[in-house]
Write a protein that binds this ligand. Structure first.
Ligand code: PGA
Length: 249
């Protein structure tokens, strides 16, 4: 099964309109590497203006609410993201699981809402350092996956991102062997949950301290179909080499 690589940026709570030229520069890097899918997930306030300068590069959100609408002060629905020009959204990022107490069931509902409104979704899973040290990483991650996988999950609209929490923003990354083992475990679990064919088609991204120097090694691991990139996605200068590394594999 040939899966196209997907490199997605996650700007987190970074980005005012002054950053739009950077979005345009990242879009140019994406256009220069047509063999790779590139997307950029920006703050909700920037989606419409980013989509306006992104050319063909999909722009996404970083979260959506599971409900269609309602009394949820400060939250954003999938329909709102779509109307603003988003083509996708991240759901279940570990920072939201930790900061906002999102459960697997919440994340499942968010992914389903995204799909109802025609958005693709990147669903994040990942263990904490104490869980890895205790030898529980695969059990934790596969349980998160089972709990948060949306109904009707299919490669056409869903990708999984494995992001060890201890690797996010820390400059630390798992070994290539650990990455390959976890991605293999995730694909095996997807096979149990969705069947072999759907599991073989679904992209499983790695995220956590990906940069231009380590991207080729991380993206070259077995069962790694791309990257979800935080800090190194903020500028075209840093993000471009990651896209190029993916294109070269
Ligand atoms: P990082 O973040 O690349 O800055 O480690 C990755 C993420 O949180 O998606």
């Amino acid at each position: 099964m040939m899966r196209r690589k997907l490199v997605a940026g996650n700007w987190k709570m970074h980005g005012l309109k002054a950053a739009l030229p950077e979005v345009a520069a990242i879009a140019r890097a994406a256009a220069a590497n047509p063999g790779v899918d590139v997307a950029l997930c920006v703050p909700a306030t920037l989606i419409a203006s980013a989509a306006g300068v992104a050319g063909g590069m999909p722009v996404g959100g970083q979260d959506c609410h599971a409900a269609e609408q309602g009394a949820h002060t400060g939250c954003i629905s999938a329909a709102m993201l779509a109307e603003a020009g988003a083509a996708l959204t991240i759901v279940g990022h570990s920072e939201r699981r930790a900061d906002q107490g999102e459960t697997d069931a919440d994340v499942k509902g968010k992914a389903e809402a995204a799909h109802r409104h025609g958005l693709r979704a990147i669903l994040c899973v990942g263990e904490m350092l104490d869980q890895r040290d205790a030898g529980q990483a695969e059990a934790v991650v596969t349980a998160q996956l089972a709990g948060s996988l949306p109904e009707g999950a299919a490669a056409e609209w869903l990708a999984i991102a494995y992001e060890p929490v201890w690797a996010i923003g820390t400059g630390r990354t798992p070994t290539a062997a650990d990455v390959a083992a976890m991605h293999g475990a995730i694909r095996a679990k997807l096979g149990e949950l969705l069947g072999a064919e759907a599991a073989a088609a679904m992209r499983v991204l790695y995220g956590g301290s990906v940069n231009g120097a380590n991207a080729a090694a991380l993206l070259g691991c077995a069962d790694v179909d791309g990257a979800l990139v935080g800090g190194a996605s903020l500028t075209a200068e840093k993000f471009g080499p990651i896209v190029e590394a993916a294109a070269g594999l």
